[in-house]
Design a protein around this ligand. Sequence first.
Ligand SMILES: *[C@@H]1O[C@H](CO)[C@@H](O)[C@H](O)[C@H]1NC(C)=O
Ligand SMILES: *[C@@H]1O[C@H](CO)[C@@H](O)[C@H](O)[C@H]1NC(C)=O
Ligand SMILES: *[C@@H]1O[C@H](CO)[C@@H](O)[C@H](O)[C@H]1NC(C)=O
Ligand SMILES: *[C@@H]1O[C@H](CO)[C@@H](O)[C@H](O)[C@H]1NC(C)=O
Ligand SMILES: *[C@@H]1O[C@H](CO)[C@@H](O)[C@H](O)[C@H]1NC(C)=O
Ligand SMILES: *[C@@H]1O[C@H](CO)[C@@H](O)[C@H](O)[C@H]1NC(C)=O
Length: 616
Amino acid sequence: MATAFSPRLFMFLVLATPAFSVTPGPTAPLRFSRFLDPSNVMYLRWDFDIKTEIITFELQVRTAGWVGLGITNRYTNVGADLVIGGILPDGNIYFSDQHVLDDDTLEEDGSQDAKLLSLTQDAVYTTMRFSRPFRSCDLHDQDITDDTVRILAAYGLNDIVQLERDKTFVKSIFLLQMIHLDDLKAPEISYIYDLEITDFLIPEDDTTYVCTFLPLPIVNKKHHIYKFEGKLTPRNETMVHHILVYACGNASSLPTGMSDCYGGDPAFSLCSQVIIGWAVGGNIYQLPDEVGYSLGTPLDPQWIRLEVHYSNFNGLTGVYDSSGIRLYYTPELRRYDVGVLQLGFFTFPIHFIPPGAQSFSSFGLCKTGQFEEMNGQPIPDLQVQSYMLHTHLSGRRLKAVQYRNGSQLRIICKDDAYDFNLQEVRDVREETVIKMGDELLVECDYQTLDRTTLTFGGPSTMNEMCLIFLFYYPRNNISSCMGMPNIVDVVRELGQEASDTMEAMVLLNDIEWNNESIQKAEEACRDSEQLVIIKSVDEVVRNETGRIPTITPTPRGSCLESSGGKVESEDKLSFRTISRAPSGSSPLSPSYQSLSSILLVIMILFGILSAFPGEI
Ligand SMILES: *[C@@H]1O[C@H](CO)[C@@H](O)[C@H](O)[C@H]1NC(C)=O
Ligand SMILES: *[C@@H]1O[C@H](CO)[C@@H](O)[C@H](O)[C@H]1NC(C)=O
Ligand SMILES: *[C@@H]1O[C@H](CO)[C@@H](O)[C@H](O)[C@H]1NC(C)=O
Ligand SMILES: *[C@@H]1O[C@H](CO)[C@@H](O)[C@H](O)[C@H]1NC(C)=O
Ligand SMILES: *[C@@H]1O[C@H](CO)[C@@H](O)[C@H](O)[C@H]1NC(C)=O
Ligand SMILES: *[C@@H]1O[C@H](CO)[C@@H](O)[C@H](O)[C@H]1NC(C)=O
C-alpha cells in the first residue's frame, strides 16, 4: 500500500493548492458590494475568480454577535447553506460552514468548504471575510452560478447562533457580474439628465407600479448615453424596488401625468422596448468603452416610459417619493451605437399558461434570415454585450439559445432562478456574435400552482410575458423578433376543433387542466409550427415560419473538494473555536489550512484506496 501512496498524495496536493492560492487576502479590495437588508445593517462585499471558480465574501454587520452568510432558494430557507462566524467576548474566533435544518436550527456540514480569511470586531461592526468554491462537492452547499442567487444573511446580538426572523434576510443578487465600473473609461465631457417621478405619494399597498412618460434630453447633435444609475430619494428604508425605462416609438399619443402602469388606463403600459433595467442595490451601470445609446438622431427615441416599482411592506403612510434614473451622456461619440433586439414569445393574443402547473415552458423562435432585406442593406454581425430577462410573477426560468446551420452554438444567457424583482442589465459571460441566418430561441418556464384560471400574455403583472432583450452593437433597424405556435393546431392536439385563433383561445377555457393535459399542451406548443414575427423600428412587420430546435443543456462543471478538512463525528461540536491571531485582525495562520488540506487529501486517498482494493 505504501508504494502507491506517495505519488497519488503528491498529485492531490498539486491539484488542491493552486485553486485556493489566488483568493484575495484579508484586505484586498473586493469589487462588488451591496446592502442586504432594508435598514442597511448588513453590508456585503464580494469578488470572484472566474477561472478557479472561487468567490470571496466579506460580510460587515452592525453587531457584536454572530454573523452568517449563505445561499438559499425561492421557496424555503430549509436546506440553505450558511457560513457563520463571530468573536467571543474572550477574543476567541468561531467560524463554521453550516446548513439550515429547520426554521431556526442550524447544523454544521460534515465537509467544511468555506475558508476563513479574516474575522474582526470593532465598536460598531463584526466583519467576516471568507472564500468558497462556486461549486463544492458537499451536497449541503448550494452552487453559485450565473443565475440569480438568493443570499441568506443573518446575525444575532450575541454569540448564540440561532436564526431569528427579524435578523434573517434573503436578497436576490446577480453575483457573477463580468464588468466593473473601474474597468471602464469615462468621457471628458459629460452631462447629467434625470428621469424621475415627482412627489409621488407611495400607497400603503405592498406593491405599486407607477408609470410616467418623460422626454429624453433634447440635443442639437448626436450624443451617446453611456452610463446610468438609480437616483433614490434618501430614506432610512428603501421602498423603491426596481426601475425600468422603456423606449417609446412614437411620442404623439402618450398620456401625461403619473398612473398605475398596469391598471385601468392601458395607455400607461405603452412602449415595451426596455432600454434600462435597474434593481435596488444595483449601483451604476456603464456601457463598455466602445458603445453608447444614440441620442438626438431621427432614429432615436425621444420619449420613454419610466416605471418605478415600490414595495411598502410596512404599510408606511404619507411617504412622498421622487426616485428615478440618472442618465449620463456625452458628445464624445463612441465607436458604435447600442441596439436592442427583443426576443421571446409574441405576447398577445396566443400566449397562455395553464393553471396548477409545477412547470410549463413556452418557446419563442426568431429567425434572422430576413433582417438584411428589412434593413435594405447588409447588417454587420451583432456583437452581444449584455442582456435583460423579463417575465412577470409566474416566470421561474429563462434562456436564450443560438443556433447556426441547424446546430446549437451556445446558450447566450440563462437564469434558472429568475426573480421578477431583480431585473437588471447583465453582461454576457463570453463573447457572443450573432450572424445573419442564425436562429435564436427563447424558452420561458412558469409555475402557476397558485392559480386556478388560465394566465394569458399581457402587460399586467398577473398576465405573463416571455421576453429577452439583447443589447448589442452596431445597431440595426430590427426591434423585435418573436415567435408563437399555431394555436389552432395546439387545441386540436388537446382534442378541440377551432376554425380560427380567437375560437381556439376561447376553447382553451374548456380544457380540464391536470398535469397530463398541461404536459400535452406544452408539447403541442413546442411541436407546432412557429410563426416568427419580425418588426423594425419603423414598424415594418414581416413573418416567416420555423420549428423549435432542441436545446442541449450545458453540463454542470466539476465540483471542488473541500480543503477545509472533514469534521469527524467525535468532534461534531456546534462550532469549533480557534484561537485568535495575536494582532487581532490578521487571518488564520496559513498552516492551519494547509495542515487540514493535507489531512483531507490523506482521507480522500484512504477512501479511494479502500474503495478499490483490487487496483492497489
Ligand atoms: C423609517 O422611518 C419611518 C418614519 O419616518 C419609521 O416609521 C420606520 O420604522 C423607519 N424604519 C426603520 C427601519 O428605521
Ligand atoms: C405616430 O403618430 C402619428 C400621429 O398620431 C401617426 O400618424 C403615425 O402613424 C404614428 N407612427 C407610428 C409608427 O406609430
Ligand atoms: C452554413 O453552412 C453552409 C454550407 O455548409 C456554409 O456555406 C455557410 O457559411 C454556413 N453558415 C454559417 C453562418 O456559418
Ligand atoms: C434604418 O432605416 C433607415 C430608413 O428607415 C435607413 O436610413 C437607415 O440606413 C437604416 N439603418 C440601418 C442600420 O440599416
Ligand atoms: C400537478 O402535480 C403537482 C404535484 O407534482 C400538484 O401540486 C399540482 O396541483 C398538479 N396540477 C394539477 C393541475 O393537477
Ligand atoms: C405573414 O405575412 C404575410 C405577408 O408577408 C401576411 O399576408 C400574413 O397575414 C402574415 N401572417 C400573419 C399571421 O401575420
